[in-house]
Ligand binder design. Structure first.
Ligand SMILES: *[C@@H]1O[C@H](CO)[C@@H](O)[C@H](O)[C@H]1NC(C)=O
Ligand SMILES: *[C@@H]1O[C@H](CO)[C@@H](O)[C@H](O)[C@H]1NC(C)=O
Ligand SMILES: [Ca+2]
Length: 275
């Protein structure tokens, strides 16, 4: 137990260290990308960017402020952020996929604050950068193969990618590792791939993987899964290819014994998984 706490303390330290890069928060769901659109907030926290600053944040990374249409296109494939941000032409709003009482006034769609007359107001930013798209994304297809950025070339340093898999309600996601080669170290602190059995990278931690041993298959409990890939400032490796396929959930009439019959499949455990 103590070892476990210690491990999480280490993880936390590491997360903190990863928190900011170039004045932009880099350690959470805030970096979620969909169809080239992603959310950014200031180094100093939520709602700190004027229009000019928001524009500069996106341009610094090679993109620009997303248009309303781009934000809506991303929303349609699952981009959901509960924070208002600047869009192109001084519009402000945020994308809601899943209605909740504390966000979006219980509605889905773009919550639109309209074109702001006062560009000194402070909000977050929604950037659009299709060239950054290969690092992460949202997948809703029934099967897909995704790759580390640049694959089959080695991945680069200082990457942070999120993949969100959202399949039909009532289906499960079966992850299969086809190729896997990530800088190895004893606790996977340098570069790693993390798998979460949930909508975000906060809940449902399944495991953290590095090295060149092919991880076992993983099957989700629900219809969503999140994968997060972080690399540090030195030493890269070959990267990975991961396939997922959807499976229908075992029907309620079965007594559950049938669900674990697939040889090598590992239900929710990783190299550093918690049970
Ligand atoms: C514009 O917004 C800023 C920040 O909210 C505020 O300080 C300023 O007074 C506003 N300017 C006008 C003209 O309303
Ligand atoms: C297991 O599944 C098979 C069909 O896939 C079914 O015929 C059988 O009754 C199931 N066994 C249990 C214990 O649920
Ligand atoms: Ca590395």
């Amino acid at each position: 137990m103590i070892a476990l706490i210690f491990f999480f303390a280490l993880l936390w330290d590491n997360a903190e260290a990863w928190g900011f890069k170039d004045g932009v928060l880099h350690n959470s769901i805030w970096l979620e990308r969909a169809a080239g659109v992603y959310h950014r907030e200031s180094r100093t926290g939520k709602y700190q960017l004027t229009y000019a600053e928001a524009k500069a944040v996106c341009e610094y990374e090679g993109g620009h402020l997303a248009t309303y249409q781009q934000l809506e296109a991303a929303r349609k494939i699952g981009f959901h952020v509960c924070a208002a941000g600047w869009m192109a032409k001084g519009r402000v709003g945020y994308p809601i996929v899943k209605a909740g009482p504390n966000c979006g006034f219980g509605k889905t769609g773009i919550v639109d604050y309209g074109f702001r007359l006062n560009r000194s107001e402070r909000w977050d930013a929604y950037c659009y950068n299709p060239n950054g798209k290969e690092c992460g994304g949202v997948f809703t297809d029934s099967k897909h193969v995704f790759k580390s950025p640049g694959y089959p070339n080695e991945y680069e340093n200082e990457q942070i990618c999120y993949w969100h898999i959202r399949v039909k309600y009532g289906q499960q996601i079966h992850l299969q590792f086809l190729e896997f080669d990530v800088e190895d170290d004893t606790a996977c602190m340098a570069d790693f791939l993390e798998v979460y059995d949930s909508y975000d990278d906060i809940n449902g931690f399944v495991g953290r993987f590095c090295g060149d041993e092919l991880p076992d298959d993983i099957i989700s409990t629900g219809n969503v899964m999140t994968l997060k890939f972080l690399t540090d400032a030195s030493v890269t490796a070959g990267g990975f290819q991961i396939r997922y396929v959807t499976m229908d959930m075992p029907s309620k009439s079965g007594d559950g014994k049938n669900t674990t019959s697939q040889g090598k499949t590992n239900f929710l455990s990783g190299k550093f998984g918690i049970m």
